[in-house]
Design a protein around this ligand. Structure first.
Ligand code: FAD
Length: 467
């Protein structure tokens, strides 16, 4: 007997694909609609960029390490898959900017680098006096004439606060999230809150100050991030467990996609087999997705900038062998400094569950948008450069007793100016020319893990509504 259920093919088993499968199953149960799915993952494991190394009392994240707590969709899902008791908030503490070989505390009241308190900015040694005065010009500068238009993050902040504030504070903080060239990244797609503030308020500083919750007007710093006791891979495992195993296929790649005369969508796999369905959700990286779609639906110059590659180096030291002189959770490196690392997290301080008490766990990042070669060096070459930087910045002169290099090649999609409009254009063209085909995940609706989950949910809702 023919299966009358609506069949959805999901390409990619990262957080987006897995949560799409979860939501499809949940919605089918909730609505009683006859919907099923097959998730097809090209590699031998689920999780995509998420991968935890858990051994000997260490919990080391090779990719993402946490998520923004205020984006509650992820917490809700973690609770649904039974991991509520494993949720861990970050330890809050001072973070620093490395500038001219010195760690400068990020001035209190800086929201993504935008000052919302006067005194810490006046007294910090991070900026020169001309730099401080230039940043203060934001208070009187008129908004852009075409304030509704998109603009690059770099141009936006340089105009409002000046080059020094951008290079020494804003760029290092923002590139931690997008690892891109901030003069190309879209403000609307990456930091819509600043775009909205620009529209509503004469000054960015005053506008951001107004938006601060009252708790940050007092001195109390709330934990903004969450992770899981056994690492983010435990979330992937719990999601996978909630799905029927036979509907999750590993080591199978989608290599082409076609619409048949009967309206069905046919996905060809790398073993030559064909899977047919009524809808498809492509959660693969855009470089793959665009090979699966006809040119006529692809917007011009969409994702023209190649995603940035980064590597992380996790290092374990015996606590007694190093003396961390600064309180706090880590630092980011200002632009134009003579350093290979872009950031350094004192992981066991930010996340005490990640290392035994007598060990120090430090995680450094390498790979700037304009400096990609380092990511492809041998592990030892990367380690030695990182250690040289740690010696200069923190005085660490011992070798780690254990280290783990993780490369994430072309892993950070770059949202160029006009990104949002191009995403809308792609989805509109798909709807008209290839109905049933959907795109979701990091290349479109935000790179944060909760954004990927929200993107999956949006596509599932649209499929379920039409069923
Ligand atoms: P992916 O995880 O890339 O999944 C896509 C999947 O598709 C992969 O499993 C791949 O194998 C599979 N695939 C590829 N081709 C095919 C094919 N032809 N057929 C079938 N399957 C295929 N976000 C945060 O919120 N917090 C963080 O702390 C954080 N840190 C990060 C640190 C790093 C170093 C990086 C790179 C990213 C970080 N991010 C963070 C961002 C976040 O990790 C990603 O945006 C998110 O994991 C992307 O998930 P995804 O499912 O969309 O894509």
């Amino acid at each position: 007997m023919e299966d009358s259920r609506k069949h959805v093919i999901i390409a990619g088993g990262g957080i987006t694909g897995l949560t799409a499968a979860f939501f499809l199953q949940e919605e089918a149960q909730r609505t009683g609609k006859q919907i099923t799915f097959t998730l097809i993952e090209g590699s031998s494991r689920l999780g995509g960029k998420i991968e935890t190394y858990e051994k000997d009392g260490f919990v080391i994240e090779r990719g993402p390490d946490s998520y923004l707590a205020r984006k509650s969709i992820m917490t809700e899902l973690i609770e649904k898959v039974g991991l509520k008791d494993d949720i861990v908030p970050n330890n809050t503490g001072q973070a620093y900017i490395l500038h001219e070989n010195k760690l400068h505390p990020i001035p209190e009241g800086a929201v993504m680098g935008i000052p919302t308190k006067l005194m810490p900015f006046v007294t910090t040694e991070l900026f020169s006096w001309p730099g401080k005065i230039r940043a203060g010009a934001d208070l009187v500068m008129p908004k852009r004439k075409n304030v509704n238009d998109d603009i690059s993050v770099g141009h936006f902040f340089k105009r409002r606060l000046g080059t020094e504030a951008v290079e020494r504070l804003i760029e290092p903080l923002l590139s931690g999230i997008y690892a891109g060239d901030i003069d190309k990244i879209s403000l609307k797609a990456t930091f819509p809150q600043f775009h909205e503030t620009e529209k509503k308020s004469r000054s960015l500083i005053l506008g951001m100050k107004k938006l601060q919750p009252s708790s940050s007007k007092t001195h109390k710093k709330a934990a903004q991030f969450r992770t899981l006791k056994h690492g983010l891979s435990s979330f992937i495992e719990a999601l996978a467990k909630s799905l029927p195993q036979e509907q999750v296929w590993l080591e199978k790649k989608v290599v082409s996609l076609e619409k048949g005369e009967n309206g069905k969508l046919h996905a060809e796999l790398n073993d030559g087999s064909i899977v047919s369905g009524d809808a498809v959700i492509l959660t693969t990286p855009y470089a793959i997705t665009k090979t699966l779609l006809p040119d006529r639906v692809l917007p011009d110059a969409f994702h023209e900038t190649t995603p940035t590659s980064v590597a992380t180096v996790a290092m374990v030291f015996p606590k007694k062998s190093i003396n961390l002189q600064h309180e706090g959770t880590g630092f980011v490196v200002a632009r134009n400094e003579d350093y290979t690392i872009t950031a350094c997290t004192w992981t066991d301080r930010k996340w005490p569950h990640t290392a035994p008490e007598d060990k120090v766990l430090i995680r450094c990042y390498v790979g700037r948008a304009d400096e990609q070669d380092i990511v492809f060096e041998e592990d030892e070459v990367i380690l030695n450069k990182v250690l040289a930087d740690l010696k200069k910045s923190m005085g660490i002169s011992v070798k780690p007793e254990f280290y783990l290099v993780s490369r994430l090649v072309q892993s950070m999609p770059q949202y160029d100016v006009g990104h949002k409009e191009k995403v809308a254009e792609l989805r509109e063209r798909l709807e008209k020319q290839l109905p049933g085909v959907h795109v979701a995940g990091a290349p479109y609706d935000g790179v944060g893990l909760p954004d990927c989950i929200a993107s999956a949910k949006m596509m599932v809702n649209s499929i379920v509504d039409k069923s």
